[in-house]
Design a protein around this ligand. Sequence first.
Ligand code: PMP
Length: 399
Amino acid sequence: RGWWNHVIPAPKDPIVSVNEAFLADPFPHKINLGVGTYRDDDGKPFIPRCVREAEAKMERSIDRNSNSSAVTSKFVLESVKLAYGNDSYVVREGLFAGVPALSGTGACRLFAEFQRHFYPHSQIYLPDPTWSNHHNIWGQAQLPIKTFHYYNPDTKGLDFAALIHDVKNAPDCSFFLLHPCAHNPTGVDPTEEQWREISYQFKVKNHFPFFDMAYQGFSTGDLDKDAVALRIFLEDEHLIGCAQTFAKNMGLFGHKVGCLSVVCQDIKQAATVKSQLQKIAHSMYSSPHIHGILLVTMILSDPDMKTLWRKEINVMAKRIQTMRSSLRQSLENLDSSFNWEHITTQGGMFCFSGLTADQVKLLEKLFHIYMTPDGRISMAAVTTSNVKYLANAIHHVTR
Ligand code: PMP
C-alpha cells in the first residue's frame, strides 16, 4: 500500500545544513559559527560548575520520585521570579499561569497552541528577521504570520521608527512576539527608553506581548538587567506571555528545561489558564522529564548555587564581549575599509555581520568557516585562538 507516497521531503533547517557541512569537512582548523550554544575559550561546550555541583548533590540526596507536582510548582515559581523579578506584584500575588515546557521551543509551541485554541482567528507578528523556527512554530499551529520591521541593514541596528509604525498600524489587539534581550539573529535590542515607548504603544493598541526569552543574561551578563523589557511591560500593567529556556544560560541544552508563563488578571484566572495549558501539554507529551527540572530548581532555590550561577553567566557574557572587541580590533588592524563598529554595538550571542550569502559561501570554500547564509556569526564559537584567522578570512572575502 502506498500510504506515504505523497509525502515529500521537508525543507532543511538552515542551521542543520550548516552543521552537516561542517561535520563533513576534514580540515583541522575549520570553524562552525552556526552553533547557538555557548562554548568556552577552547571551543568546547561549557557545563557550568553550578550544574555539575547540582548533579553531584542530586546523586546523593534527592528522591527522584519526589512529588513531581510540588517540584514543578517550585520550578515554575523560581523561573518566573527570574523573568518578572523577585518582588514583582505578579510573583507576590501569584498572578501567573506557569507550566514547565520542553525547553524554549516547547514553551513557544505550547503558547502558539493556546493562542490558536482561544483566539482561532488571530495572527502573530514576528520581528523581521527572527529565529527561523518561530515561523515553523506558529505555522504548525496554523496561525497566520505577519512580520514587523525590526532590523535596519544600513545601520546594522534597530529600525525603531519603522517598528513603531508597524505597531501602530497593526489591527488593535494583535499578538506580537518580542525578544526581550540578545535578539536572535541580529544581536540588536531596543534601549530601555525605546522599550518604554514600545510598551506605551502596545497599551494604546491593546496588543498582546509574547516574550521569547532564550538568552537571559547574555546581553549584559546580568539576569535582572536583561529582563528590563519585561519589567517595563509589567510596570505598565500589561498581561504578557513569556517563554524561558535554561538551554543556553545554564548550558542544559540536552535537558530541554523551559517554562511558559502567562500573566493573568487575578488568581482565579491564573488557575483557569494554567489548567488549559496543562491540558494541551498533557495531550502532546504528558510532562517534561523531571531530571532537568530538579537540577534547575536546586540551583535556583539554593542561594549559594544561584550566586555561583549568576557569576558564571557573567563570565560567559564577558567572554563573548571580549571576542566582539577582539574581532572588531583585528579587522581594523587589517585596515579593512568597512565599518565594523556593529560587532561591538550589537549584543548577546550573535553578530549580524552584514556578510552577503556569496561572501559566506567563499568563507566556507576558501577558509572552512561555516555560518548561516544570512551572515549570522555565533560569537560564542569565536575564541582567542581562532579570532585572528577569522578576521583575516572576513577581510579577504570583503576586500
Ligand atoms: N527562542 C530563540 C530566540 C532561540 O534562539 C532559541 C534557540 N535557538 C529558542 C527559542 C529555543 O530554545 P531551546 O533550544 O531551549 O528550545
